[in-house]
Design a protein around this ligand. Sequence first.
Ligand code: URA
Length: 247
Amino acid sequence: MDRRQAAAHLEHFGELGVAGWSRDRAWRRRAGGPERRPDGEIVSGAGPDAEDPDAVPDAGESALSLEAVEAELGECTRCQLSGLGRQRIVFGVGNPEAELMFVGEAPGRDEDAQGIPFVGRAGQLLTKIIESIGQSRESVYIANVIKCRPPQNRNPEPDEVGTCEPFLFGQVDAIRPRVIVALGAFAARTLTRSDRPISRMRGREFEFRGATLIPTFHPAYLLRNPQSKREVWEDMKKVRALLETNA
Ligand code: URA
């Protein structure tokens, strides 16, 4: 391993929560490629170019495998959620080489009981959304920003996000999906480092760790607001088109 690789390795461990190292590479910039705003929004049309060697995330060279990220997470007690009624850590599920990844907020009651993301009512709707573009739960990868259920499904707190997000970033670097769908305001804001409302983020494309990030409404929101399914369908058609490009 040369010095550059060793430095990348150390930085990656930093992302995984090892104290003393910057974990702040979520908005890593690369030379060339499409123009991006500070929150990663792609403003010059084309998405990240899969043929461009610069488009490969830096961490790809040194990324841990998914198994290694899960092992690093272990029986995590890094934040208070481990002592607030969590039954299981919900790491993620699906294809470790998926081209398409979905990121939600945090496990709910059903996910906490089964250890699998998106298995409750919202999860059943997500499965239909995934299948609407010819994919399946087995062909994609599904994870959450937060791996443990917050009590009474309250919103995750900033320190919980800060502690947990390096493991999501590790998952993204291991899988290296081409497209990531951020489900709902919480995931979209976490991944774009923005506090814009989801209604202003959806319909736009962002860049995140070498993938095109598409924010859309959370399936739980769709259960309450079925009229918004049409916009999600528009977003999913865009996802399908991105996957068909340079496939
Ligand atoms: N909502 C989420 O954001 N994630 C899940 O896993 C389930 C419901």
